[in-house]
Ligand binder design. Structure first.
Ligand code: ADP
Length: 667
């Protein structure tokens, strides 16, 4: 059972049908007690509306106990009002048919209306129109049946009977059903409920009520004057300023007052010569009131609902916009959206940063001017540009381009671009472009390729030597002429080649791990490290070390630095010269210690003092063995400590000076 019917049953209780039945009987008896006489149901009896509200609130089916009870009470009321038994049955049947038809049409045409299967109040003019048509069709059917009954069974003058039936039933259906359903919806709806006064105040309501009473007083006092029209002004006031429920209540009370006054012979409608014509006019007047009042207030409700929906949508859009802006702004990737006319619709700070521009300077032209080459340096044709291709519907992934960045060094940037939904309003294609700075990645890749080439080459040399010497040993063994002296010579060459390979592999590993290891800084005593290295190389008498202030550095890595420098100083000496190496240190500027490693070796050619720190660069490759990696490892380690290293000529004679700075320990 739909929720609204359950709630309605809760309001009117299990015996609700009897409440309605009793209500109809009381009204019939009341009408009987009044002086007025009319065929069938009395003109003032709002039977049509009460019967429809009854079946709607009870959720009654076509064949139901409520329907049967309605039939019985209809017969009873008609008998009370003086109809012949057969006519009483026929007229009660007409009421039942009109009620069931009206209810079915309401449930069919207004399914989301409270009382008709849904939860909504009567708050849209479209639903009000359907509601009205259902009432009119139902009561027209009832009027036709009643007319037929009178024609066949009645003995009085038919005259306006059918029209009167239609007028009072349609009018009461309008007034009672709208009021009943709006009230029921209000009572059963969950809190918080919309304001009863809508945008008005209690003071305004009081003024409107006073105005209504005043107007009615005026219209019903001067019954010879046609003063009914000012009453509409009160309805318009209430309809425009107050809730639909208050508007329906106003029409309901005004309708009841109009009928009551007319029945008691007061007012302009009672003054009409023919009583039934007076009632007919009163009923159409009430219907006009209801339609005007509800039409205005439902129209206003609909406008308010639309405005509220618009506000909600705007708030949601604002929220989504701020979230989007925050997400885009926090991205490390550059992003922009452009359209086919070259308008930059959206961008983030990272995009401006990659192109070396301020955010407000960004334009499509400037972006294009700064990125007119691919990463390999070839010029970019406009149609090949990732953004142009995306505007034509293509998706581009990670195309590497070169970004010229003002005075800064060029950057390599990976660009991805994809089409976005078209801007239908301006008939323009749109595209999203994403940038990732891959300068370091690109340099690493190139470095790795070069590194792999050199490694392959340097490992191949000693391997080829080993191959050659072992082949010669095999040949000599085949011919049987291998003497011990020759064999010793061959073996020593093989061992020397394999030692070179081992050293190269060791250097490669140190090189690869020198930047991966996390720095573990502590107080480092350089003197003890120098002594350790010298003793490890059995060169204690060749190495001296003066006082060096303590360092705040990674001990293992500093030992690696000293080992490489002292190792080179011992190696690169002229034949027959006894190596002499001195290590000095002093406090430098800005919390750094300057260390000098001075040797009496062969020195470094002047033009190569910077290049020797590059991977695989060897200044003396002819006469001395080595991998060309030692100094590049040294520079990496020093750089990781934010220090510097330079190679100089020894000012006091032959040899070199390696001057390096490392952080001082200030404890
Ligand atoms: P290698 O394995 O060749 O020693 P390094 O990177 O340690 O590689 O050194 C690079 C080059 O720098 C050496 O090949 C050598 O020519 C030069 N070099 C390094 N240290 C000294 C030094 N103390 N005296 C003269 N030349 C040196």
């Amino acid at each position: 059972m739909p929720g609204d019917r359950k709630m309605a049953r809760a309001i009117i209780g299990p015996g609700g049908g009897f409440v309605f039945a009793g209500c109809l009987m009381v009204l019939a008896l009341g009408t009987r007690a009044s002086d007025y006489e009319a065929p069938g149901f009395a003109t003032g009896l709002p039977v049509g509306g009460i019967a429809m509200l009854w079946l709607l609130l009870r959720g009654a089916r076509v064949l139901s106990w409520d329907g049967a009870l309605l039939l019985v009470v209809g017969v009873g009321a008609n008998l009370v009002l003086g109809s012949k038994p057969e006519l009483a049955v026929a007229l009660a049947g007409a009421v039942l048919v009109q009620t069931v038809l009206g209810v079915l049409l309401l449930r069919l045409w207004c399914p989301d209306l409270w009382g008709c299967g849904g939860q909504r109040p009567l708050d849209r003019p479209r639903v009000l129109a359907r509601f009205g048509v259902a009432m009119v069709v139902g009561t027209a059917a009832g009027a036709a049946l009643a007319t037929a009954s009178w024609t066949l069974l009645g003995d009085g003058d038919l005259d306006l009977g059918g029209v009167l039936w239609f007028g009072r039933n349609a009018c009461s259906a309008f007034i009672v059903v709208t009021f009943g359903l709006l009230l029921g919806q209000r009572i059963t709806s969950r809190r918080p409920r919309p304001r009863l006064l809508s945008e008005a105040t209690w003071a305004e309501l009081a003024a409107a009520v006073l105005f209504t009473v005043g107007m009615y007083g005026l219209a019903f006092s001067f019954e010879t004057l046609p003063l009914a029209f000012p009453l509409l002004a009160a309805t318009v006031w209430i309809g425009l300023r107050f809730s639909t429920l208050l508007s329906a209540t106003h029409s309901f009370l005004a309708g009841v007052a109009t009928i009551f006054l007319t029945m008691t012979g007061i007012g302009p409608f009672a003054a009409v010569d023919r009583v039934e014509i007076g009632y007919l006019l009163a009923e159409f007047y009430i219907a006009t009131l209801v339609v005007t009042g509800l039409g205005l207030s439902t129209g206003r409700d609909e406008r308010e609902a639309l405005a509220a929906e618009l506000r909600r949508t705007k708030e949601e859009a604002d929220y989504q916009g701020s979230v989007r802006q925050a997400v885009i702004g926090s991205m490390n990737e550059g992003l922009f959206v452009l359209d086919a006319a070259g308008a930059l619709l959206l961008h983030n700070a990272a995009a401006a940063e990659i192109f070396g521009l301020a955010e407000q300077e960004l334009t499509c032209e400037l972006l294009a001017a700064r990125s007119d080459r691919w990463a390999d340096g070839t010029p970019m044709v406009d149609g090949d540009r990732p953004s142009s291709r995306a505007l034509l519907g293509e998706t581009v992934r990670d195309a590497e381009i070169l970004v010229r960045n003002g005075d800064q060094p060029d950057r390599v940037v990976a660009v991805s671009a994809m089409p976005l939904p078209r801007d239908e309003l301006r008939a323009r294609a749109r595209a999203l472009v994403l940038f990732r700075d891959t300068t370091i990645e690109h340099a690493r890749r190139e470095e790795l390729a070069a590194f792999a080439g050199v490694v392959a080459h340097d490992l191949r040399n000693p391997l080829a030597a080993i191959d050659g010497w072992t082949e010669m040993i095999a040949d000599e063994l085949d011919t049987g002429g291998l003497d011990a002296e020759l064999a010793r010579e061959f073996v020593s060459r093989v061992r020397s080649s394999s030692r070179r390979m081992r050293e190269l592999i060791r250097d490669l590993l140190t090189h690869a791990t020198s930047s991966a290891r996390d720095l573990e800084v502590s107080c480092v005593d350089v003197g003890s490290l120098v002594a350790e290295v010298a003793s490890g190389r059995h060169a204690e008498k060749n190495v001296t070390c003066g006082p060096v202030p303590p360092l705040l550095a990674d001990r293992v890595l500093v030992r690696q630095v000293l080992d490489n420098l002292i190792g080179n100083a011992l190696k690169y000496v002229a034949p027959g010269v006894e190596p002499r190496i001195a290590v000095h240190g002093c406090s430098g500027k800005l919390g750094f210690v300057t260390i000098r490693v001075i040797d009496n070796g062969i020195g470094i050619p002047e033009g190569e003092r910077e290049q020797i720190f590059d991977e695989f660069h060897r200044a003396h490759y002819r006469d001395y063995e080595g991998s060309g990696l030692g100094l590049s490892i040294v520079r990496r380690i020093i750089n990781r400590h934010d220090g510097t290293i330079t190679a100089l000529a020894n000012p006091d004679g032959p040899g070199s000076v390696f001057e390096l700075t490392l952080p001082a320990y200030d404890g």
